[in-house]
Design a protein around this ligand. Sequence first.
Ligand code: ATP
Length: 267
Amino acid sequence: MEWVRGETIGYGTFSTVSLATPSDSGGFPPLMAVKSADSYGATSLVNEKSVLDSLGDCPEIVRCYGEDQTVEKGEKLHNLLLEYAWRGSLATQLMKLNGEGLPESTVRRHTGSLLRGLRHIHSRGFAHCDIKLGNILLFDDGAVKIADFGLARDLTVSKEGVEIRGTPLYMAPESVNDNVYGTAADVWALGCAVVEMSSGKTAWSVEEGLNFMSLLIRIGVGDELPKVPEDLSEEGKDFLSKCFVKDPEERWTAEMLLNQFFRSRRL
Ligand SMILES: Nc1ncnc2c1ncn2[C@@H]1O[C@H](COP(=O)(O)OP(=O)(O)OP(=O)(O)O)[C@@H](O)[C@H]1O
């Protein structure tokens, strides 16, 4: 597919995201997002494309239209063409609320969508490993989709060596303590995202300049759990108590949470 790069809409650690318009429609939408990285960041984009291909179509996962390579201003870029989220990420949306959270009915609707997305990812044998508000995209009709599979893991492939995946504030105790990043760690991170959507504040209260290690110690050692917003409904608190179980074996799965909290409603 031939396409033309438009304005920049976001930056990630390894990539820049811009608008892209196809040169001829050929069945592609008139506007897409293109995620581009130089040779240093290309590995993450190659992983993302391969995971998205393996996952196939799912309404709660951002669509990928293809990949290619370009040379721009003398630099070789790897590009991933994605479904464009007109309203950006939930992180951007929350920022506009100046520390306020979203209404609980909206949080509930988003949570149902995210759980369906996670159930799909987990049933295909993958873990996302970087669930956070910046990786949840918001569409015009109010739908949310999971994006950014650059760190996603194929659970059938054993990993070697020490690695840190994801964002410390969303890290599960088993990831901090034992370097374990499985499906249960995604559920813990989802709980952190639900707290943040509801309260407008991160699940762990962190003071500015706080040492990264002290946060990891709080997550990994002792009994402290992320702060559940006090004004959340009893059902919301119950939901979070199933996500914030320190032992990953005892933590509820996406499937269990959907069955218990979202079964009878079309959310
Ligand atoms: N499909 C999209 N539609 C609209 N905006 C997007 C899209 N994909 C990404 N963005 C925007 O670009 C930002 C950076 O994208 P992304 O997080 O995927 O890059 P990344 O390098 O993998 O990031 P990080 O390493 O920080 O997780 C997002 O936070 C979002 O604001």
